[in-house]
Design a protein around this ligand. Structure first.
Ligand SMILES: Cc1cc2nc3c(=O)[nH]c(=O)nc-3n(C[C@H](O)[C@H](O)[C@H](O)COP(=O)(O)OP(=O)(O)OC[C@H]3O[C@@H](n4cnc5c(N)ncnc54)[C@H](O)[C@@H]3O)c2cc1C
Length: 412
């Protein structure tokens, strides 16, 4: 007699967004859900106990083909649409920020290689990046260039057979485990030209600092880098000279979509946890969840999360179609999802009272992890600036609202 595993109970947040996926994509999500239920979720607290690279989680995600979703089929990947990637990252973010950030970090660290490396280099590196045999890191931020990334000071000098790199990078994820670093700097003889190159971790002149302690996002440590006269062969340039900045923007675009998905996954997880508590806990003679004030908090959380998921799904569709305005939508989705996640996690922790504040309770970890989504890949304020500037730029050429009289509004 064969026994079948019991079907999991329906989720608090329904599966409506899975309707946009095809059968194969849905099967991958089902496999991932089982993995999250059996392995990644139960292990998340232990993984996030100390800030050392989460090799077991990384190897599991590589073995299960989740890392490969970031890469093209021609090099061993699966060519996953963003419509699927946001669901993958949301599933992981619901239980484990470390696992989710390993996947968004794969986009950030490897995209410039996929988009800009020579065919030979791609054939050599990308299949191993897919399988987890190799890791890359993305080295853009510098001590004096964070939000204002055009302030980069790393110098890249042309030589007869390649380049020499000098400079410093800060906050680089996976710096202690990466085999290769995608580095963006300026041409020494023409600072307006941005160049991206690939530097091997054993290159003479490269110093990786010890891992730097941080508030959350344990399992994906960061370090600083120093480049002193590092020789790079011309074959290791990414893209053409002058394309360094656009390669960085291309990587950041995918990573921003990933940050939004991770934040929404975490927000969903936080509501699930708080709602379970509101069922289990009684205050003033009735279950916590029966109090109207608590119900209103849940109502706001759920409504805003579903709205942000819809914005992110639209953004993913725009990416998959190649729409010209996808970058602005990615800024809106990241701004909306990450600020919302911080609020939802704070409110969910409030609803779980003293227990929410305990290290043993998952919301303490969710709370610490939520903050970085508002800072990395462009802080919320920077995205507001980008979005607002775009509105003002387009306004003068946009169709006038038909309620208005002709002429300048100043004449009203
Ligand atoms: C855990 C972690 C991992 C990271 N991983 C990587 C990585 O792998 N590779 C990489 O290259 N970088 C990485 N970073 C760097 C990250 O992208 C930067 O921290 C981020 O872009 C912000 O830059 P900054 O920290 O220098 O902040 P600053 O530029 O000093 O800005 C500080 C704050 O000022 C505000 N602000 C800035 N500009 C404006 C403005 N115009 N208007 C209004 N407010 C503004 C924002 O609130 C911002 O948070 C990582 C950072 C962290 C903390």
């Amino acid at each position: 007699m064969t026994t079948t595993a019991p079907r999991p109970a329906p989720r608090l947040f329904g599966d409506h967004f899975l309707l946009a996926l095809d059968g194969g994509e849905r099967a991958l999500i089902e496999r991932l859900r089982a993995l999250c239920r059996d392995t990644i979720g139960p292990q998340a607290a232990a993984v996030a106990k100390q800030d050392v690279f989460a090799w077991d989680t990384f190897r599991t995600l590589a073995r299960e083909g989740i890392v490969a979703t970031a890469f093209p089929k021609a090099y061993g990947g699966t060519d996953a649409r963003q419509a699927l990637r946001i669901r993958v990252i949301e599933e992981l973010g619901r239980v484990c920020s470390t696992a989710a950030s390993i996947i968004t970090g794969t986009d950030l660290s490897s995209r410039a290689i996929v988009a800009g490396a020579s065919e030979d280099l791609k054939r050599e590196l990308v299949p191993k990046l897919c399988s987890g045999e190799l890791q890359a890191a993305f080295a853009l931020t510098e001590p004096s260039a964070g939000s204002d990334v055009r302030g980069l000071q790393t110098r890249i000098r042309r030589t007869d057979d390649g380049y020499v790199v000098d400079g410093r990078k800060k906050f680089i994820t996976r710096a202690t485990t990466a085999d290769w670093f995608a580095v963006v700097g300026r041409a020494e003889d023409d600072p307006s030209t941005f160049i991206a190159v690939l530097v091997h971790r054993d290159a003479p002149g490269l110093t990786v600092s010890p891992e730097v302690g941080k508030l959350g996002w344990f399992g994906v440590p960061i370090s600083s880098l120093r480049f002193e006269g590092i020789a790079v062969p011309a074959s290791h340039r990414l893209g053409a000279e002058g394309e360094g900045f656009s390669l960085a923007q291309d990587a950041l675009l995918r990573a921003r979509i990933g940050h939004a998905a991770m934040a929404l996954g975490r927000a969903i997880g936080a509501v699930e946890i708080a709602a379970t508590y509101a069922t289990d806990r009684e205050t003033f003679g009735q279950p916590l969840g029966r109090h109207q004030g608590v119900q209103w908090m849940f109502a706001e959380m759920v409504t805003q999360i579903e709205a942000a998921r819809a914005l992110l799904a639209l953004t993913a569709d725009k990416y998959d179609r190649g729409d010209a305005d996808v970058a602005i939508f990615a800024s809106m989705a990241k701004l909306q999802a990450t600020d919302l996640c911080m609020k939802v996690v704070t409110d969910a922790l409030q609803l779980t009272g003293g227990r929410g504040y305990l290290q043993d309770f998952p919301l303490e970890r969710f709370f610490r992890d939520a903050k970085l989504n508002q800072i990395g890949e462009g802080a919320s304020e920077v995205h507001k600036t980008v979005i607002g500037r775009d509105v003002v730029r387009r306004a003068s050429a946009a169709e006038r609202n038909p309620c208005l009289r002709a002429g300048s509004l100043v004449d009203y």
